[in-house]
Design a protein around this ligand. Structure first.
Ligand code: NAD
Length: 267
């Protein structure tokens, strides 16, 4: 099936970025969230993102206007029935994702691939909430989506080779480069990244260093573009905690125990 309309569920940090990149690459986008207020904010942020491209001479005003016309927003999941592929980027919580996938399965045409941008939750478990587990796949974009090139592709146990090919092809059409990871908690990206962020919270909690010292060690010392605490703020502390809990529970290893300071800050 030719993909022309991309459905995006969740208009937060990631949903906005995915929607913007899809618009930039000629797709129509249907963006869904729970409230109009959130959707209006998302539209304004996408517009600001496109403005930056106009300012940088990458697109014209006319192209920007066309891209914004190709964006429709809705609070009704049923409006995603127009989508040729859906990317779910809602809150990192299995209960939330289960509800969304069950609804998507009802409303979307049978051949439609349902992708999830989850950072850590089992693709197999999400797929099992639908009657089309062969068409469910992980497409894990990086934050900020318009800037970072990687998409981690994760197949669940029942994901078909055809679905994987669709995901790789779409990522390529969005100007991204893919890597494949197996369906284990945190996949590759967060299995490696989150323990570093968690350790930064532990050393902060223990008073080993200040926020600046901790971030500078990695930023200046290891040439990371930003320190782990600044990165945790960019990702969202709630997302970091949800991912660490999935790693801890899914792998059963105390080394993934979330730092109590991180828990307290999210509380
Ligand atoms: P966010 O909190 O910024 O946005 C989540 C959005 O989902 C919110 O606007 C919320 O209202 C909406 N939502 C909740 N339930 C919904 C429902 N039933 N239907 C529609 N929308 C619903 O979160 P985010 O940072 O954009 O993360 C979204 C997903 O992307 C998570 O699975 C997260 O793990 C993953 N992710 C996040 C990052 C990051 O750096 N933040 C990076 C890669 C992947």
């Amino acid at each position: 099936m030719e993909i022309r309309v991309v459905g995006v569920v969740g208009a937060g940090t990631m949903g906005q970025g995915i929607a913007q990149v899809a618009l930039q690459n000629g797709f129509r986008v249907v963006l869904r969230d729970l409230e109009d207020r959130i959707l209006q904010q998302a539209r304004a942020r996408i517009e600001r993102g496109l403005d930056r491209l106009v300012e940088g001479g990458k697109i014209s005003d006319l192209q920007k206007a066309e891209m914004l016309r190709a964006l429709s927003t809705s609070v009704a999941l049923a409006d995603l029935k127009a989508a040729d592929l859906v990317i779910e980027a809602a809150t990192e919580d299995f209960g939330v994702k289960r509800g969304i996938f069950q609804e998507l399965d009802k409303h979307c045409r049978p051949p439609v691939v349902l992708a999830t941008n989850t950072s850590s939750i089992s693709i197999t478990k999400i797929a099992a909430t639908t009657r089309r587990p062969d068409k469910v796949i992980g497409m894990h974009f990086m934050n900020p989506v318009p800037i970072l090139q990687l998409v981690e592709v994760i197949r669940g146990v029942e994901t078909s080779a055809e679905t994987a090919a669709v995901a790789h092809d779409l990522a390529k059409r969005l100007g991204k480069i893919t890597v494949e990871a197996k369906d284990f908690p945190g996949f590759l990206t967060n299995r490696i990244l989150m323990p570093m962020i968690n350790e930064a919270f532990f050393v902060l909690m223990e008073g080993v260093g200040t926020v600046d010292a901790i971030d500078n060690v990695m930023h200046l010392g290891m040439k990371h573009p930003m320190g782990p605490l600044a990165l945790a703020d960019l990702i969202g502390l709630d997302v970091c905690l949800a991912v660490l809990r999935t790693l801890h529970e899914g792998l059963g290893d105390p080394k993934y125990r979330p730092a109590p300071l991180l828990v307290k800050m999210v509380d």
